[in-house]
Design a protein around this ligand. Structure first.
Ligand code: NA7
Length: 555
């Protein structure tokens, strides 16, 4: 047995500096991988820290059965390399999690990024040192990393949320969260399974496991407006077309407000007769993924009467599919319009409730009282199960950043600065936290995530290059610019009636969280306009300075 060491010596050894680089990236999701690539390409030394055992971020942790894209695969993947695009053949229009994880591993190996990645590295503290203008980052296992710049690509949907249900830990069977799914497959065969939550994750999982289980009980608190994903394999002809049209596709994606291919419609709901409307809604129902939102009638999200027409059409579809009328009525949302909550896209979801093994428990009628050793007790009694799956979502937007122990200028804590909601500039920086960036965090746009998160990574990398070229090593957003951007976010959120204050977009799913809009309703156009302004003004929105004052005076 090795002797235990003690005293300052052992502490120093445990805290030995593992790396000191220009750019420390946290998170090996799609944004962090891209940031590592861009930083290295721009000539910075870089290391990426990842809590998980592999790359993928969302596509590493959310490996539950049925997990898949609802943005088209080829629009979600990277576009920075034509060769990469040409050589990777996505199998389906909406890829399942294993394919996406394979793709991201391929990217990492193809661009030799893995050598700068450190896995099992959970960040517990990140402290800015004003004298040296550098960040020191502590990892749970004792490793310490230092970097001039810290880029937290930690994601908006990366901290799983478990509801505070009495007795949750008393359950003696198997229990899982969709966002923390184990690497080894879960065997559902012949088991009595409960799924709590019917957001995008729950409604993907439910039809995927229904065939295997002995019984499936779905605990639904809020019904969602689900529409078909309309997925299909990509045919050889389509593969060829995708390659032939790469340039045109990039043009559409790079200019689309939400980063999707689907073109906007040119009509409003009541421009059409009732018959025309129903034919158009049927076309929407048959259309792929998010086109139901982005290519639907122009006024759908803004005119309650227009929205009600679409909802009535969807309610009719649910009644047509679900054979038990009482179950159908429970599956029809009754408290929110289409688009107020993030719309899920499904494959055979409503059909699953025609299987006699599947039971829907409406928690609005019979709320959960507690979890026991053997199952879930609602106000109408205890149902015993072998497995509980918590498909109960995430601490969206700020969850990861507020838990990383980030300490900026003068030791200020990010979680305190954001106690009433995040304050950012462009969704990439916060004042008081020099040289710290968070692409893909709060106040980014909404839509097809990799597109707008990639815009942010490009902007951040360009800013680092500008600073280097001008002899600055400290970059900190001006509080006034931060204030302007944050008030713009709040103003636009208040104006957009379609964004429901009861959704996780506003932090409403986590008790006690400030009700602040966590995305950017003005979308990519506003972001593009602002970064053009920032560049034209030679980065006036930032305070650029050098830690070695003799070299370059602060501006
Ligand atoms: P979501 O969309 O936040 O869904 C979480 C679900 O869990 C939702 O149905 C919630 O009902 C339900 N929930 C949360 N707390 C409870 C309690 N206490 N009791 C019962 N049910 C509860 O998370 P997902 O993982 O499905 O999707 C997240 C994102 O991942 C998604 O938007 C995509 O971008 C991919 P509620 O609606 O709050 O009544």
């Amino acid at each position: 047995m090795r002797p235990r060491t003690s005293g300052p010596d052992s502490g120093d050894r445990a805290r030995a500096l593992a790396a000191d680089v220009d750019v420390l990236v946290v998170g090996a999701g799609i944004t962090g991988i891209y940031q590592l690539y861009r930083a290295r390409e721009a000539g910075f030394s870089a290391v990426l820290l990842e809590a998980g055992g592999g790359v993928g971020g969302t596509w590493y942790w959310n490996r539950y059965p049925g997990a898949r894209f609802d943005s088209e695969s080829y629009t979600y993947g990277y576009l920075f390399s034509r060769d990469l695009f040409d050589e990777w053949e996505w199998q389906e229009h909406f890829a399942e999690q294993p394919e996406t994880e394979r793709y991201l591993n391929h990217v990492v190996d193809r661009f030799d990024l893995r050598r700068d990645m450190r896995f099992g590295a959970t960040v517990t503290a990140a402290v800015y040192d004003e004298a040296s203008a550098r960040w020191t980052v502590d990892v749970a296992d004792g490793r310490v990393f230092r970097g001039r710049f810290l880029v937290a690509a930690t994601g908006v949907l990366s901290v799983p949320f478990f509801p505070d249900v009495p007795g949750r830990d008393d359950f003696a069977g198997e229990s899982y969260h969709t966002g923390l799914w184990p690497a080894t497959p879960v065997d559902f065969a012949g088991k009595r399974v409960a799924v709590v939550g019917t957001g995008s994750s729950g409604v993907q999982l439910i039809p995927a496991i229904a065939g295997e289980v002995a019984s499936l009980t779905v605990y639904q608190r809020t019904a969602n407006w689900c529409t078909p994903l309309n997925n299909a394999p990509i045919t050889p002809d389509e593969q060829a077309q995708l390659r032939a049209n790469f340039g045109a596709m990039c043009e559409v994606l790079n200019t689309s407000p939400a980063g999707f291919l689907h073109p906007p419609h040119d009509r409003s709901t009541f421009d059409d007769s009732a018959d025309e409307r129903s034919a158009f809604f049927e076309k929407m129902w048959q259309s792929p993924g998010f086109s139901k939102l982005t290519s639907n009638y122009l006024d759908l999200l803004f005119d309650p009467a227009a929205n009600a027409e679409w909802c009535a059409f969807l309610a009719g579809k649910i009644r047509d599919i679900v054979t038990d009328p009482a179950t159908a009525e429970k599956l029809i949302p009754n408290g929110h319009r289409y688009g107020e909550h993030r719309p899920p896209f499904v494959t055979n979801y409503y059909e699953t409730f025609n299987d006699r093994k599947v039971t829907l428990v409406d928690l609005q009628e019979t709320p959960i009282r507690r979890v026991t050793e053997t199952g879930i007790e609602t106000s109408d009694g205890l149902r015993e199960v072998d497995v509980i799956v918590w498909a109960t979502g995430f601490d969206f937007g700020t969850g990861a950043l507020r838990r990383m122990g980030i300490r900026g200028r003068g030791g200020r804590a990010l979680e305190d600065e954001w106690a009433d909601g995040p304050k950012t500039f462009l969704g990439v920086q916060a004042s008081g936290f020099p040289n710290f960036f968070f692409p893909g965090g709060p106040h980014a746009a909404a839509g097809n995530n990799p597109r707008y998160n990639g815009d942010q990574v490009d902007f951040i990398t360009g800013t680092l290059v500008y600073a280097r070229e001008h002899g600055y090593d400290t970059i900190e957003v001006d509080p006034a610019a931060e204030e302007d951007w944050t008030s713009m976010i709040d103003r636009n959120a208040a104006r957009a009636p379609s964004f429901g204050a009861s959704s996780y977009y506003f932090g409403a799913n986590v008790p006690g969280k400030p009700r602040k809009y966590l995305l950017n309703a003005a979308g990519r156009p506003k972001f593009f306009a602002m970064i053009a302004e920032v560049r034209a003004s030679e980065y006036q929105a930032f305070r650029l300075s050098s830690s070695t004052e003799s070299e370059v005076a602060p501006r």
